[in-house]
Design a protein around this ligand. Structure first.
Ligand SMILES: [Zn+2]
Length: 349
């Protein structure tokens, strides 16, 4: 049985990396110069390919009506726009400042948040994108510059991203969480580890919708960032939690807070991120998403939609609440049209 009236996966990567060749080069002078020692660094230097055939298969398999396509980690805006144009009833796209990052990486310009935001502004002006993400732009050369941004410096960068979101009346995303396995640096997205910083942005920009990518759970089984994201969402009407790799009990953390509830949750799985789902029988949680370093890189298309929908299916809440989480909230936030009125519970005034 389909789990909701209209199901939108709000966090999807429809592009894949062909990483094998580049990874074989790790340790050579060329890769040292390019600044990468493993897949997490190599990804931004790779060409990506359209992976929509597999995505469309999973959407059909699990009755997912629409996906919001994100560009990140070397994925480009162009393939996502092509997919939106080819399948207008199935896809929408967010934009990322990849052009600025590529030019900085090639040594053609110095990366600045101003240049990245100008690119976002230009992309949003085309009308082909419905928001910014995933995450906010960061310096792609952080491995070489070795400059750790302090809170004040990064917050000023994020304010510039929020200005663009405000201008175009689109949601902005803030990335949270860690997948495990990859040696994730701190300074590319310092806010990743500090959801509480977002109290300031949410207060300064009450008219801009802010979505925590992953709602504090990008992977692993530590719940501290989820707790912090829930708390921030409970304080601000404009802050939402993306929940796709929450296990069932994490949904209840948000649902039992009367200032969060189903109205503030949007489902999004990070499909295409190729993070495996672990089964650890007898432990809690018994299944969760995590890269395990000794297992290496996953080579098959991880079935995260199936896993995530099973977590959602266990929620003992009304179908109308479920419909908000699975699609209704995303339609409201991203202005996605639905052919019938009054099919989703009214939220707000
Ligand atoms: Zn992602």
């Amino acid at each position: 049985m389909k789990l909701g009236r209209y199901i939108i996966d709000t966090h999807v990567h429809a592009q894949r990396h062909a990483a094998g060749k580049k990874l074989k080069e790790v340790g050579t002078e060329e890769t040292k110069k390019a600044g990468y020692q493993d897949l997490s660094h190599a990804m931004r230097n790779l060409t990506t390919y359209d992976n929509s055939e597999r995505l469309l298969y999973d959407m059909k398999c699990y009755d997912v009506d629409m996906c919001i396509l994100c560009s990140a980690f070397g994925m480009n805006n162009e393939i996502n726009v092509q997919l939106v144009e080819k399948y207008p009833d199935k896809f929408r796209a967010l934009c990322c400042a990849k052009g600025t990052a590529d030019k900085a990486r090639a040594g053609e310009i110095e990366w600045t948040i101003e240049a990245a935001c100008a690119e976002l502004d230009q992309l949003l002006s085309t009308g082909k994108f419905i928001g910014i993400g995933e995450g906010a732009p960061g310096n792609p050369l952080h491995m070489q510059t070795r400059k750790t941004l302090n809170q004040s410096e990064r917050m000023d960068q994020l304010r510039k991203v929020m200005d663009v979101a405000r201008k175009h009346k689109v949601p902005a995303r803030v990335h949270t969480g860690s997948p495990g396995m990859y040696p994730i640096p701190y300074t590319y997205w310092p806010e990743n580890w500090h959801p509480y910083w977002i109290h300031d942005l949410a207060t300064e920009y009450p008219d801009v919708t802010i979505i925590f990518d992953h709602g504090g759970m990008q992977g692993g089984n530590q719940e501290d960032l989820v707790d912090q994201c829930v708390q921030v969402a409970s304080n601000h009407d404009n802050v939402y939690l993306e929940t796709g790799i929450y296990w069932t009990e994490l949904y209840y953390k948000a649902l039992t807070n009367p200032n969060v509830g189903p109205e503030k949750l949007i489902w999004g799985t990070d499909w295409g991120a190729s993070q495996p789902v672990q089964t650890r029988i007898g432990t809690h949680p018994q299944t969760y998403v995590m890269q395990v370093r000794k297992d290496g890189i996953v080579t098959h298309q991880v079935d995260v939609m199936g896993w995530s929908l099973k977590q959602v299916a266990r929620l003992n809440i009304s179908q109308d609440d479920l419909n908000l989480i699975l699609g209704g909230n995303a339609m409201r936030i991203y202005n996605i049209e639905f052919p019938l009125t009054r099919m989703f519970r009214k939220v707000g005034q």
